[in-house]
Write a protein that binds this ligand. Sequence first.
Ligand code: FES
Length: 105
Amino acid sequence: MSEFVKVCAVSEIPDPGKMTTEVDETMVVLFHLEGQFYCLDDVCTHDGGPLGEGELDGAQIACPRHGARFCVRSGEALTMPATQATVSHEVKVDDGQLYVKIKLT
Ligand code: FES
């Protein structure tokens, strides 16, 4: 079972903004949006595209490969060609630090 892992200071990610990093050997994208933080796998479910290199548009991230859009908050696939959600990980803030708990799948 995974535990929360300290990733960075909350001040390191602008609002709105994103940061790609590795947590517990999993590549993830952290998002800062309207004062909240979210964390998704850095993997598009269409064909493995690097979501962290995509464009952040409000609460959506667009895959840089073929343009599928995902909800930053839930990981839900919103547009073709992706049809399956990417993994969303639990995030918490404590004393100005951001922590992520990797969801094991
Ligand atoms: S790999 Fe992301 S849309 Fe195709």
